[in-house]
Design a protein around this ligand. Structure first.
Ligand SMILES: Cc1cc2nc3c(=O)[nH]c(=O)nc-3n(C[C@H](O)[C@H](O)[C@H](O)COP(=O)(O)OP(=O)(O)OC[C@H]3O[C@@H](n4cnc5c(N)ncnc54)[C@H](O)[C@@H]3O)c2cc1C
Length: 458
């Protein structure tokens, strides 16, 4: 193997990192510190040719392969024990075409970097809520965040992808080139190949009116009902995700609220700024809120608001559902667990996925949950490794309790741990079978299987 690795080294421009190297531990560390995997080779690709060389090397030598972009996947699917990691974090080219309102982005970019680049042109890509997340993994799973109601999922804004297949061949996927692959990439995750370039549509957004608003947790029942009705009747310009949390003991939160259990909504209004106060008047009248940090700010400021609270290297355990309705039972179950979060950063978010997301039909992309109103994520988070069992148990109990109130048996693949084939199938609903056929066409040997795996049709 040593000679073969030397040969690979002579073929790629990027660094090859092996277990005996000084920077091995750094290179194998990802966002979730609960994950401790030991790959045998990490290839830090510089360009598409490096990716082709890494894919060919792994295939020819029978090595399992994982794909790492932002390294944020909760289940740690960016890494593989004893296999080869195709690390794309150094592929960071980004080109904005302001006239066409498009962006061509390599997979090593994070959401904060994309935000900063597009914001200069008064444009934005609908994506996620934490800036350090990788644009690549987020997109391939679907991509939801503050602009979902206004601009759809991230995949609804994907125009083209360049993909290195298991054979080492590079193909383009778009509405006109390899349309089946393009369909599957939009929600099917890293199952079909390594995406080395994404071209997105951007939407005109510069400043928004938003931020967090909290109420005492004792008001959660009324707050959830108010939030539900408010959003149901609002235009797609108004977005807000509901949360349960403990107020962190530090800036910018006022001292009298530190460590208090609260519920809240993080709002994002993208309509005319002169109308914002009017839109928020009834919201401010409810409660009233015990914290109101809602105001006008640049889009990237909202997108990065919680980055400091969630640095890399903490313990994370995830569970997720889709929710159609906030029935009384659903609200009570949420309050039961949400008002007992086990640590300061542990939380539950309800991300709205209606509005523009519902304008695309279930058959149009692999992402199948176009009828649900929320993607729910339950996350146990702590900087302390000794809290791992506690946060995991809380998360699993919450998830189990929510089962009778959830839509179907599946969840958003980007919010799942390794939960088995039935959960993956359930998440893709009626689209799973078509996905297995596309998988058979583009990756018949299931070379790319370190992911929420779609098994090729027989
Ligand atoms: C703090 C935090 C906040 C988050 N917030 C949101 C949110 O607001 N909205 C949302 O939708 N999701 C959110 N997520 C979930 C996020 O979408 C997933 O974790 C996603 O996997 C992150 O992408 P990544 O590139 O960082 O992942 P990585 O861990 O690098 O990769 C994860 C998987 O994606 C696939 N993949 C990655 N890059 C490629 C590629 N170039 N080609 C082919 N396959 C690839 C592979 O299967 C890989 O195993 C959040 C996650 C975290 C940790």
């Amino acid at each position: 193997m040593e000679t073969k690795i030397k040969e690979l080294e002579s073929r790629v421009k990027g660094e090859i990192i092996l277990p005996q190297h000084k920077n091995y531990d750094e290179a194998r560390s990802i966002y979730n510190a609960m994950i401790d995997k030991r790959p045998s080779i990490i290839v830090k690709c510089k360009d598409r040719e490096d990716v082709v060389a890494a894919v060919n090397f792994a295939r020819e030598n029978g090595l399992e392969v994982s794909i790492k972009s932002g390294g944020h996947n909760g289940a740690g699917l960016a890494l593989v024990n004893d296999g080869l990691v195709i690390d794309l974090s150094e592929m960071k080219a980004i080109e904005i075409n302001a006239d066409n309102k498009t962006a061509k982005i390599q997979p090593g970019r994070t959401l904060a970097e994309v935000d900063k680049a597009t914001h200069e042109y008064g444009l934005a890509l609908p994506s996620g809520i934490i800036g350090t997340t990788g644009v690549a993994g987020l997109t391939l799973g679907g991509g939801m965040g503050y602009l979902s109601r206004k601009g759809g999922l991230t995949i609804d804004n994907l125009l083209e992808a360049e993909v290195v297949l298991a054979t080492g061949e590079t193909v383009t996927a778009s509405a006109s080139d390899n349309p089946d692959l393009f369909w599957a990439l939009r929600g099917g995750g890293g199952n079909f190949g390594v995406v080395v370039s994404f071209t997105f549509n951007l939407i005109p957004i510069k400043n928004i009116y938003g931020g967090p608003m909290f109420w005492p947790v004792e008001k959660a029942e009324d707050a959830m009902k108010f939030y539900d009705t408010m959003l149901k009747n609002a235009s797609d310009d108004l977005y807000g995700f509901f949360a349960f949390l403990i107020v962190p003991p530090g800036d910018p939160f006022p001292e009298h609220l530190h460590m208090k259990r609260v519920c809240g909504v993080v709002w994002c209004y993208t309509g005319p700024m002169e109308k914002a106060e009017e839109v928020f008047r009834p919201i401010r009248e409810f409660g009233p809120p015990i914290l109101d940090f809602v105001g006008e700010m640049p889009m990237p400021a909202l997108n990065g608001l919680f980055d400091g609270l969630y640095p890399s290297g903490m313990q994370w355990y995830w569970r997720a559902h889709y929710i159609n309705e906030l029935t009384d039972g659903c609200i009570q179950e949420n309050i039961k667990h949400g008002s007992n979060t086990p640590s300061v950063r542990s939380t539950m978010h309800l991300y709205p996925i209606d509005g523009k997301v519902h304008e695309v039909s279930r058959e149009d992309t692999a992402w199948a949950n176009r009828g649900a109103r929320w993607a729910q994520v339950i996350v146990g988070v702590s900087p302390e490794p000794t809290d791992a069992d506690k946060i995991t148990k809380w998360c699993k109990d919450y998830y189990e309790g929510m089962k009778p109130h959830a839509a179907g048996g599946g969840a958003y693949v980007n919010f799942m741990m390794e939960e088995g084939q039935e959960r993956i199938k359930a998440g893709y609903k009626g689209n799973y079978e078509r996905l297995t056929k596309v998988k058979k066409q583009y990756d018949p040997d299931n070379f790319f299987h370190i992911n929420q795996n779609i098994v090729p049709a027989r």
